[in-house]
Each structure stands twice: as structure tokens, then as C-alpha cells.
Design a protein around this ligand. Structure first.
Ligand code: GLP
Length: 266
């Protein structure tokens, strides 16, 4: 796991965008894994800017989102489909038919829908780069603590903490789903590259558990320790509980030299 500590959340977004751009420059028909939540919004703004400046095209890109609320209509402003359209898809040249979210509605068999989503990832050739945020309880996607580290796409019940954390995004009295369909941890680990972004003090504890804690289903993000090409981008606040920040900075200097010479992806 490569840990990169930057001074601010906006630097995290700029750095993440550079990595996405570098991938698409190298492979215009890249398969991107996308995430929702507040953290990636700044990254999506950067990508939209690059597209508007004519420096980046998504015309051949396919995307697979990590998760979607259970039984939520795509035009519901709380759906992750709506979020992605509003923050990214409608501003760039991606083909809407090439954007996938793991949806499941009442009356559908969740196992069949989940298997179809996994199949579509395989048919696309697998995910090249999966963007990830981090839940304050260590979740990735909607893989809550105690999720199997070998899990595949499925419907999950959300924990009270996640429901509370995300309630800020819902109006008082507005229906807030308590279940979601999410890529599994093994599905996420199949991606060729992982890029997790975490910013702000409320992520510091989960960041420490993810990077230096034991590999444990109690911190689903700790599964990144098992991945060959996982990069973690942090701002100073999110990194504030780590003891070995000087070591990470030093390693990062060496990696920057390598990346400048050979690129981010091998
Ligand atoms: C949600 C999403 C996660 C995301 C997390 C953190 O629960 N399912 O994919 O990482 O929120 O969100 P935020 O970036 O808003 O802190």
C-alpha cells in the first residue's frame, strides 16, 4: 500500500485526477470504478475541468459504481445514479450506456442482479482503477464492519452509524434507505489498481486501522493491505493519527521519482 499525505483535500483531488488522467491517456478505453460520497466530488470537478479544457475524453471509458441504495429510482435525487449524473456523467462525454451501477428493486432477485453486475465487470475486462472513499467506521462501498473479506456484490443492511453519517444528506422526514447493493470486498480487490481518498479528522481513526491495524472484517478497508497496487491519498487531518508519517513521506519521494520516469501504471 502506498500512502501519500498531502496538505489539503483539494491537493488530494488534484493528485487523484492526475492518476485518472494518466490511466486514460495510456488506455483510452479504461474501465473505471467510481464512488459516491462527499470526498470524490472534488475529484469529479477536476475531471470535468480537464474534459472542458479538451485534455481528457471519456468517450471510450466504461464505469462501474461501487454501490447503490436498494429499491431507489434513478431519478430520485438521493440515488447514486442521480449523484453520478449530477456530479460527473452529464458534464463529460461518457456514453450513458457504458455507466453501470449495482441496482436492485423490490420484486427483483438480488442474487440474480448481483451476478449480472459482476458478469458485466468481467465482460468489460475487469476494472482498471477503482476509486474509493472511506466510511468513518472503515467501510468501503457499503461493505460494513463484519463484511466478509471474500464477499462479492450483494445486498447489505447498513449499520446505524452509516445511516446516521449519511443522514446529513437527507431532509428531515425524507425516506432514507437502510439497505444497499454493493460491490463485495473481493470484487473491489479484483480491480487492477485501487485509489482510496480520505480527508478530514473524522476519518483519522479509520485511516489508522486501515493502514496499520490488523487485517480484519471489523475494518473492511484493511483489506487494501492485501492488494498489490493500492494507493491511499490523505490530507493532513485524515493522516493525523498515523505515527509513521515521516516514513511515508520519504517513501513517497522515491516513488515520485519512479513515477516521473516510468508513469503511474506498469
Ligand atoms: C457512503 C458510500 C461510500 C463512501 C462513504 C464515505 O457510505 N457508500 O462509498 O466512501 O459514504 O462518504 P464521504 O466521502 O461523504 O465521507
Amino acid at each position: 500500500m502506498q500512502v501519500i499525505i498531502l496538505n489539503s483535500a483539494s491537493q488530494v483531488a488534484v493528485h487523484a485526477a492526475l492518476r485518472v488522467k494518466s490511466l486514460i491517456d495510456e488506455k483510452p478505453d479504461s474501465v473505471l470504478g467510481l464512488a459516491t460520497g462527499s470526498t470524490p466530488i472534488a475529484l469529479y470537478k477536476q475531471l470535468v475541468n480537464l474534459y472542458r479544457k479538451g485534455e481528457l475524453s471519456f468517450a471510450q471509458v466504461k464505469s462501474f459504481n461501487l454501490d447503490e441504495y436498494f429499491d431507489i429510482a434513478p431519478d430520485n435525487p438521493q440515488s447514486y445514479r442521480y449523484f453520478m449524473t449530477k456530479n460527473l456523467f452529464k458534464h463529460i462525454d461518457i456514453d450513458h450506456n457504458n455507466t453501470y451501477l449495482p441496482t436492485c428493486f423490490i420484486g427483483q432477485n438480488p442474487r440474480v442482479e448481483a451476478a449480472a453486475f459482476e458478469k458485466n465487470i468481467q465482460l468489460a475486462g475487469g476494472v482498471d482503477l477503482q476509486i474509493l472513499g472511506l466510511g468513518a467506521n472503515g467501510h468501503i462501498g457499503f461493505n460494513e464492519p463484519t463484511s466478509s473479506l471474500g464477499s462479492r456484490t450483494r445486498v447489505k443492511s447498513l449499520t446505524p452509524q452509516t445511516i446516521k453519517d449519511n443522514s446529513r444528506l437527507f431532509e428531515q422526514g425524507e425516506y432514507q434507505p437502510d439497505m444497499a447493493m454493493t460491490m463485495g470486498i473481493a470484487t473491489i480487490l479484483d480491480s487492477r489498481n485501487l485509489l482510496l481518498m480520505a480527508t478530514g479528522l473524522n476519518k483519522a481513526k479509520a485511516v489508522k486501522q486501515m493502514i496499520t491495524g490488523p487485517l480484519s472484517a471489523m475494518c473492511p478497508a484493511s483489506a487494501l493491505q492485501m492488494h498489490r497496487d493500492a494507493v491511499v491519498l490523505l490530507d493532513r487531518e485524515a493522516a493525523s493519527e498515523l505515527d509513521n508519517t515521516e516514513y511515508f513521506s520519504w517513501v513517497n519521494e522515491q516513488n515520485t521519482r519512479l513515477n516521473n520516469e516510468f508513469g503511474f501504471y506498469s
